[in-house]
Design a protein around this ligand. Structure first.
Ligand code: PLP
Length: 430
């Protein structure tokens, strides 16, 4: 494939942006080649600046559950644009998206719209601290919650409890308020509550961790987190920025039937536009300004054009059978490839749930913690990614990232993808 135009655009971009990109994973540091510049998307496919076409399983990292440029979303967005781009005053669009969500969702009573997942999570943590009057938070190794200071923290070697920052520029004092624990380890959580009794504001978790491989937890473990937080007057936050409206309309909370205290959303909720949200019971949300003392604001929050995109997309998601069909497609795609890999004896399995899949170069059926992922397998992913691109299949450019099947993927797309995977895996394992 010729990617001359992408290469030229990248050369220019390097002079304009750090690393030539506006979000680090786009720099393709962990796979071969330069970033591919995208010209347009339609349905399941994207076309790059050189005119090459790919079947897209990155889907903008999750937001595009309907695929690219869904006609209903586009027409609603155009109508909204004709009325004006932003007012900084309430519009009926905000009510409509909120009613659509709250009316079809048993786990939140009030919601607040923001402009990104990071902002949603940052606000949810502030809310948890404000509501409990406590400072410390528990997060898990292998869960990503955006790039706010106190969440860019991972475990310091040796010390399982005090976090050290995984980014320069995060004060140690902030990192010290974050307790990092391994996933799928109840004892570690119990110990933290013993060691910091009365200090822990909340536990935050991706109920289906999908940003560091796909580390599907046992329901029993998530129920345990619900119980131990309640017993300690701590709050449980489900960060559903990636799970929300993906694992069913009610996300992971609905899938596991667990009521967290605060939920966060992003990605799908905006239909491809920048929207995030957090929600909780009316009582907990009463802590948010202007009702309460926890301040949180946004010039472009609830932007009407973005709301229109979210409304149009979520209406499609609510149609009967929507999620079932997505899951069936994902099952067909992954099991067809897996059967081939098993037959050939390749060390290759998918982890999957709903329409999310992750490529694990492992014989294991389940991987539940970040330290179970063998970093040396990323070399295999590098080759697989390159070979799939050559065959017109686009995956997110990192072996730690998951893939998504959208409503736009056709049987023909899936068949083509399966063939491309088979040929590519033969090369990876040659
Ligand atoms: C993507 C993601 C975020 C961050 O959202 P942005 O919109 O990129 O700021 C936070 N939490 C989870 C679980 C995510 O998947």
């Amino acid at each position: 494939m010729n990617r001359t135009k992408s290469d030229e655009l990248y050369k220019k971009a390097i002079t304009l942006f750090p690393g030539g990109v506006n979000s680090p994973v786009r720099a393709l540091k962990s796979v071969d080649g330069n970033p591919i510049f995208i010209e347009k998307g339609a349905g399941s496919k994207i076309t790059d600046a050189d005119g090459n076409e790919y079947i897209d399983y990155c889907c903008s990292w999750g937001p595009l559950i309907l695929g690219h440029n869904n006609p209903n979303v586009i027409s609603e967005v155009k109508k909204a644009i004709d009325k004006g781009m932003s007012f900084g005053a309430p519009t009926a669009y905000e009510n409509e998206l909120a009613e659509l969500i709250l009316g079809n969702h048993n786990y939140i009573e009030k919601i607040r719209f923001v402009s990104s997942g990071t902002e949603a999570v940052m606000s949810a943590i502030r809310l948890a601290r404000g509501a409990t009057g406590r400072n410390k938070i528990i997060k898990f190794d292998g869960c990503y919650h955006g790039h706010a200071d106190h969440l860019l923290v991972k475990a310091g070697s040796g010390l399982a409890t005090f976090g050290t920052s995984s980014s320069a520029g995060v004060p140690e004092a902030f990192a010290n308020e974050t307790i990092i624990l391994p996933l799928n380890d109840k004892e570690a959580v119990k110990r933290a509550f013993d060691d910091y009794e009365g200090d822990i504001a909340c536990i935050i978790i991706e109920p289906v961790p999908a940003n560091n491989g796909l580390l599907i937890q046992n329901k029993d473990y998530l129920e345990f987190l619900r119980e131990i937080t309640a017993a300690n007057d701590s709050l449980l936050i489900f960060d559903e920025v990636i799970n929300g409206f993906r694992i069913g309309f009610e996300g992971a909370a609905g899938h596991y039937n667990i009521q967290p205290d605060i939920l966060t959303y992003g990605k799908i909720i905006g239909g491809g536009m920048p929207v995030g949200a957090y929600g909780a019971s009316t009582e907990i949300m009463s802590n948010i300004a202007p009702d309460g003392a926890v301040y949180q604001a946004g010039t472009l929050s609830g932007n009407p054009v973005a709301m229109a995109a979210g409304i149009a997309q979520l209406k499609e998601c609510l149609k009967p059978g929507f999620y079932k069909l997505l899951e069936e497609k994902t099952e067909f795609l992954t099991s067809s490839i897996e059967t081939y890999a098993i037959d050939k004896g390749y060390e290759f399995r998918f982890q999957k749930i709903a329409s999310i899949f992750w490529i694990a170069f492992s014989y294991k059926d389940a991987i539940k913690a970040a330290d179970e992922i063998d970093a040396s397998n990323m070399e295999k992913f590098r080759i697989l990614h390159r070979e799939l691109l050559e065959r017109g299949i686009y995956l997110g450019p990192s072996g730690y990232e998951v893939g998504f099947v959208s409503a736009a993927h056709s049987q023909e797309d899936l068949d083509k993808t399966i063939q491309a995977f088979k040929k590519s895996l033969d090369i990876v394992f040659a």
